[in-house]
Ligand binder design. Structure first.
Ligand code: ZN
Length: 437
């Protein structure tokens, strides 16, 4: 088997609160970084920028020529990272716009199969796409041009070009960011030493020193995220690591993810049984804090203590989740894990009440960690549709009853822990055992 590698983000933290003056210098970089990104978005993020963003040298050259860096007094090591950061955002935004339009084309009943074929071609071939949107004649590389000629004879190209331009104008908004909460930093602009990291700032030859909680040293491009209110930073380091694979991991495991017990397997094994207790403790604390904050708003007591305590709660919760996930892997030795597919994220605000609970928030974290750990250890994850899955009897397929965490089937008499029944259904659906859904 080939040795695959995956990218993992490692985080580093400051050991002591960062001095307010130093934090200001870091915020200065973040603010410049934001300005440059917005400039790049505005100049290259629209239809006019399409011919310049691949492979991106043009953008780099034009940004050098713009004089923006000199006028801002921004070190070039930060300036070009901001440019490429924004360029990456622009490219992914185009990918999203194109896939949105591809979807619309597929669903449009007024198009013939030839129309759809032609439009998909335009959306796939970058140069063709760019030329149509900018109203230029179509000129492509020889073999691709031949393909284009074949596809275009059977369609009304003007009509389809209009359609494409209209959709793109409708769905492609130029990006803008108001956040100035961090920046990327290349190796030239930092140095690890003295149990911390030295970071270059705008003033020439000056550096800020941040003591770190660990002594690890990296050589890659880092991202420095700022939490000025708390006087903290978080340094994100992308690390490539070899994927581990375990020959003895052979089991097929269905799991049900819960709020009180983190995971229940199809064999009824439980992991993270204290999760509910931790979450209630945390939620209670948040409630009392909010109350006392509202009461004392006039005096406006510093929130530093609050944030520090909040971080401690979250760290405790997260380390518990990670320990229990590791125990799950070690014990079950899964080759494949089946679990219910998450519902599509709701439109912002629609589900606010639920989203505010601590439990919902942790759920995303559990998902993320589970997925990452599976990648690291080459364990397969299969998601199944969850419709009606907790009510269905694993034994006969009838609709059963749930009460006090137990499941009971009135038809065949099967009885089990509710979560175990669900996990067994998950595995069954994942393995495609004849259930239609
Ligand atoms: Zn039954």
């Amino acid at each position: 088997m080939p040795k695959d590698t995956i990218c993992k983000t490692v985080r580093q933290y400051n050991k002591t609160p960062i001095h307010i003056e130093d934090m200001k210098k870091l915020q200065e970089i973040a603010e410049d970084y934001r300005k440059v990104k917005n400039y790049v978005y505005a100049r290259f993020g629209g239809i006019g920028g399409l011919s310049k963003i691949y492979p991106g040298y043009t953008v780099q050259n034009e940004m050098t020529g713009s004089g923006l860096r000199i006028s801002m007094g921004m070190p070039s090591v930060y300036f070009y990272l901001a440019v490429f950061d924004a360029l990456g955002d622009i490219k992914s935004q185009w990918t999203r716009t194109k896939s949105k339009v591809i979807n619309l084309v597929g669903r449009n009943e007024n198009f013939t199969p030839e129309d759809k074929h032609y439009l998909r071609f335009l959306l796939k071939i970058h140069n063709a796409f760019e030329q149509v949107l900018n109203g230029k004649p179509i000129e492509l590389k020889k073999d691709i041009q031949r393909q284009y000629d074949l596809l275009s004879v059977n369609v009304d190209t003007d009509r389809l070009h209009h359609y494409l331009c209209r959709q793109v104008r409708k769905y492609h908004a130029v990006q803008h960011t108001d956040k100035a909460d961090g920046f990327s930093i290349a190796e030239r602009a930092y140095r690890y030493a003295d149990h911390g990291i030295y970071i270059s700032i705008k003033e020439k030859r000056k550096r800020i020193f941040i003591p770190l909680t660990d002594n690890n040293q990296y050589k890659s491009q880092l991202y420095v995220k700022l939490y000025p209110e708390q006087g903290n930073v978080e340094i994100k380091v992308p690390v490539h690591m070899a994927v581990r694979s375990h020959e003895d991991y052979v089991k097929q495991v269905g799991i049900s993810v819960g709020i009180y017990t983190m995971l229940t397997t199809d064999e009824g094994h439980c992991y993270g049984e204290q999760l509910g207790r931790y979450q209630i403790e945390y939620a209670d604390w948040i409630r009392t804090q909010t109350k006392s904050y509202n009461r004392n708003r006039e005096q406006n007591p510093g929130r530093k203590k609050y944030h520090a305590q909040k971080n401690r709660f979250e760290e405790k919760l997260h380390s518990y989740i990670n320990c229990e996930l590791n125990r799950f892997f070690r014990t079950e030795k899964p080759r494949t894990i089946y679990l219910v597919k998450l519902p599509r994220p709701q439109v912002k605000g629609a589900n606010k009440v639920i989203n505010n609970t601590v439990a919902q928030w942790q759920r995303g974290y559990i998902r993320k960690r589970l997925t990452q750990k599976c990648k690291e250890q080459s364990i397969e994850i299969i998601e199944v549709l969850g419709k009606g899955i907790s009510k269905e009897c694993i034994s006969c397929g009838a609709e059963g009853e749930k009460s006090n965490g137990r499941f009971f089937c009135p038809i065949c008499g099967y009885e089990a822990q509710e979560k175990t029944n669900t996990a067994r259904n998950v595995k069954k659906r994942g393995q495609g055992d004849g259930v239609l859904y």
